[in-house]
Design a protein around this ligand. Structure first.
Ligand code: NAD
Ligand code: UDP
Length: 336
């Protein structure tokens, strides 16, 4: 299929391009490079031994996006493009609504008149909010707490309503849990700008000597060791879920949790990374981070039942691949 991949130069996008091309799809990336670099697409192209076609475009630029869509005439879209930092979303709400919500509306407008019948959307487990029960299944009520989570939930609703009004189309909402890890080649991986917000890239930067120590945000949660528990998923497993979604239902809207179903604490993650990297990760326990919840994990059985997708890579592979990427690229893509 001809697949338009918005945000395809990013962390999850590049890993997904590899799986898409392996499955015989024909992608075109649209990216503004707001949080990525063209080098990521060059390297992805090297891994699949072909040039990845891309158009530099902001999804908010309606005329430019429309021209790209008219020319490429996609049969499907994977919509990754968006802003994703929860803390930053509280400081810059207008930007988050603009990119994540208006950007999605613009995309739908740009697709009018094209062959596109199917959209796969990058959503997030944050749409659920404070857990009423765990693991979250897709029927868990949504009560997004942050601006970021609200924008994702709004975009889900926009796409669902668009699908209802266009019954010949299919929308697949993937609610990702905590993506980590890197491609086995160590050529592509997560390259956060500035101080990493997320646990795994922070640990990796401590291991490679870019930061002195990790601050562990709270050890007084109601979890087995008191630190926060999350459902970490290898980015290559997550990438495969997008290919499975493209091959799924012909019409209708479907929502899937994409996680492993297993939760690990912050201390579990430190221990597993130390083992993978063969070094110690200095850390200090500090206060809780505002807005954090104690634990979350996915019931991912719906994706297994209906998409035939399940996570295959475990914690050791998540840590080893992160370490290999970080060690080979201590400054991320900027090193080259
Ligand atoms: P990323 O920042 O690496 O990738 C997003 C890509 O979108 C980047 O290449 C960026 O340059 C591009 N982009 C941003 N604004 C744009 C705009 N206005 N127009 C065009 N392109 C634009 O992030 P990622 O981790 O690969 O995340 C991809 C998607 O998955 C995002 O929508 C994110 O919200 C969602 N998601 C990510 C996580 C996570 O922890 N990484 C978890 C849940 C959901
Ligand atoms: N965390 C931490 N120190 C950090 C970053 C994160 O202790 O520098 C903890 C955080 O409190 C949470 C877990 O690690 O319990 C995962 O955090 P992350 O930001 O990666 O994911 P999210 O909280 O968005 O699920």
């Amino acid at each position: 299929m001809r697949v338009l991949v918005t945000g395809g130069a990013g962390y999850i996008g590049t890993h997904t391009l590899i799986e898409l091309i392996a499955a015989g799809h024909e992608p075109l990336v649209v990216d503004s490079f707001a949080n990525s670099v063209p080098e990521a697409l060059v390297r992805t192209g090297e891994l699949v031994q072909r040039t990845i076609p891309f158009a530099e475009c902001d999804v908010r630029e309606r005329a430019a996006l429309r021209a790209i869509c008219a020319d490429f005439n996609p049969e499907a879209v994977i919509h990754f493009a968006g802003l994703k930092a929860v803390g930053e979303s509280e400081e810059r709400p207008r930007d988050y609504y603009d990119v994540n919500v208006s950007g999605t509306l613009n995309l739908l407008a740009a697709l009018e008149g094209t062959a596109c019948k199917r959209i796969v959307f990058s959503s997030s487990a944050t749409v659920y909010g404070v857990p009423q029960y765990l693991p979250y299944d897709e029927a868990h009520p949504c009560a997004p707490a942050s601006v970021y989570a609200k924008t994702k939930h709004m975009a889900e609703n926009i796409l669902t309503d668009w699908q209802c009004a266009n019954p010949q189309t299919a929308v697949t909402v993937l609610r990702y849990f905590n993506p980590v890890g890197a491609h086995g080649s160590a050529r592509i991986g997560e390259d956060p700008q500035g101080i990493p917000n997320n646990l795994m890239p922070f640990i990796a930067q401590v291991a490679v000597g870019r930061r002195d120590r990790l601050m562990v945000f709270g050890d007084d949660y109601d979890t087995p060791d008191g630190t926060g528990v999350r459902d970490y998923i290898h980015v290559s497993d997550l990438a495969r879920a997008h290919v499975a979604a493209l091959g799924a239902a012909q019409t209708g809207t479907e929502v899937f949790n994409i996680g492993t179903g297993t939760g690990y604490s912050v201390l579990d993650m430190i221990g597993a990374f130390e083992k993978a990297a063969g070094c110690s990760i200095p850390y200090r326990i500090t206060g809780r981070r505002a807005g954090d919840i104690a634990a979350m994990q996915a019931d991912a059985s719906r994706a297994a039942d209906l998409l035939g997708w399940r996570a295959e890579l475990g914690l050791a592979q998540m840590c080893a691949s992160t370490w290999h990427w970080q060690r080979a690229n201590p400054q991320g893509y900027n090193g080259e």
